[in-house]
Design a protein around this ligand. Structure first.
Ligand code: HEC
Length: 171
């Protein structure tokens, strides 16, 4: 008898928590991050569900209490790094280094996520691509001896500006 009451209570509680509102919204993409072409698809496949406004919400994100965990991961993931709300002028190279650091340490993608998303697992080729991306970013931000890359050092830019002044090029 007691067992039957307990079971009824559990079922009622389960039904009741379904009414707790959860935020499963995908806000508009404000400024899309653009990684090199060999890296972008990897990020979209393995990271965008939590680090962008383009989350593909799985069916179980509609069932409490699992929905609470999923929405928390997405909310916190977006807070830390959002590829859909890229700030103009932010350092893309820093993202490359951070991303590889997390992946190398086995922290990202979140292991619990990989259980239900086997296709988000990173292959050796994926890992190599992320590693190269980070290595390039590190080389470009190195204070000296860095080859002319896309990210120029402040010094180089300063020098260039001075040269322009010398030639009388003003805008
Ligand atoms: C299931 C959701 C989820 C996925 C998928 C995911 N992340 Fe995260 N990520 C989080 C959460 C939550 C945090 C913040 C809390 C933490 O650091 O654990 C985070 C934090 C980060 C941070 C910031 C770490 C810090 O210390 O500030 C980086 C960088 C990051 N993730 C990179 C990635 C990359 C790269 C991928 C894809 C290869 C990825 N994440 C996939 C949920 C996710």
């Amino acid at each position: 008898m007691i067992l039957r009451w307990l079971l009824a209570l559990v079922v009622l509680a389960f039904l009741a928590i379904q009414f707790v509102p959860v935020d499963r919204s995908n806000p508009p993409v404000k400024a899309a991050f653009a990684a090199p072409p060999e890296v972008q698809p990897i990020l979209e496949r393995s990271c965008y569900d939590c680090h962008s406004n383009q989350t593909r919400w799985p069916w179980y994100s509609r069932v409490a209490p699992v929905s609470w965990m999923v929405t928390r991961h997405v909310r916190e993931g977006r807070e830390h790094l959002n590829f859909s709300e890229w700030e103009a002028g932010a350092e893309a190279g820093e993202v490359a280094k951070e991303a590889w650091k997390e992946v190398e340490a086995g922290k990202m993608p979140l292991p619990s996520y990989l259980l239900s998303h086997p296709s988000a697992r990173l292959s050796q080729a994926d890992r190599d691509a992320l590693k190269n991306w980070a290595a390039k970013a590190a080389a470009e931000s190195a204070p000296e001896g860095s080859p002319a890359g896309t990210a120029r050092t402040e010094k180089a830019e300063h020098k260039e500006r001075e040269e322009h002044h010398g030639e009388g090029h003003h805008e």
